[in-house]
Design a protein around this ligand. Structure first.
Ligand code: NI
Ligand code: MN
Length: 226
């Protein structure tokens, strides 16, 4: 069993097998966050899709607080290590079995800058495929629609998919992404945090139709995958 809890924007915690992992922990400064960073329970790992501030977020402070490992692309991992965090470097196409579960990095089309850096680090953004608690979750990160999503077809239980447009896929492309991946469940993210990424998750749900179950989570709400 895997419990996914939405914390606003692109931040989710995943809990299963007695482990707790967070995706893209942007809580401080996130107008939609349901809890402040200091109320997030102890983490085993922090998974990062890329280095933009609305994804890197509180990663380094969580890593220091909990002794948790940051999992990210090599360049982003190297940057996090310069701040005193423990990080595990990976890259696109690679998977690794950790004590908390298995992570694979997959392509995402987006910008590579790292927030708060002096410019010496940039990276490829990625999507994150986590297998934990007997379920496989694909956090698409910030991305446009890509043909590479088709490679995940039939291999994903839950797809966390950006729908906010402007910086990522909008609703129509996100629906095509769901068609490519064919998850059992799709959960929209990366919308309505700010006006520029305003989107209607009900319109997304309607367009996905019977291709997948769309679960719309308000910040603080959870979905249990059995
Ligand atoms: Ni971004
Ligand atoms: Mn973003």
């Amino acid at each position: 069993m895997l419990t996914l809890t939405f914390h606003g924007h692109a931040c989710f915690t995943a809990e299963g097998d007695g482990k707790r992992v967070i995706f893209d922990p942007f809580l401080t400064g996130n107008p939609k966050a349901d809890i402040p960073a200091d109320r997030v329970p102890k983490l085993d790992a922090i998974l990062l899709s890329h280095g933009h501030g609305d994804h890197l977020g509180d990663a380094v402070s969580f890593a220091r607080r909990d002794g948790a490992t940051i999992v990210a692309t090599a360049e982003l991992a190297a940057f996090c290590e310069t701040t005193g965090a423990t990080a595990h470097a990976m890259h696109i196409g690679g998977s690794h079995r950790f004590p908390f579960g298995t992570v694979k990095l997959v392509p995402a089309f987006h910008g590579g800058g790292i927030q708060g850096d002096d410019g010496s680090h940039t990276t490829n953004p990625c999507g994150l495929v986590l297998t934990l608690g007997g379920a496989t979750v694909y956090h698409a990160g910030d991305t446009g629609l890509t043909m590479e999503m088709q490679l995940l077809k039939g291999r994903v239980d839950v797809m966390l998919v950006p729908i906010g447009d402007n910086y990522t896929m909008g609703v129509e492309d996100a629906v095509r992404g769901v068609e490519f991946v064919r998850p059992r469940v799709a959960i929209p993210m990366h919308y309505n945090t700010w006006d520029v990424i305003a989107a209607d998750p009900e319109a997304f749900k309607k367009l996905v139709g019977r291709i997948a179950d769309v679960v719309i989570l308000a910040p603080g709400e959870s979905h249990i995958v059995t």
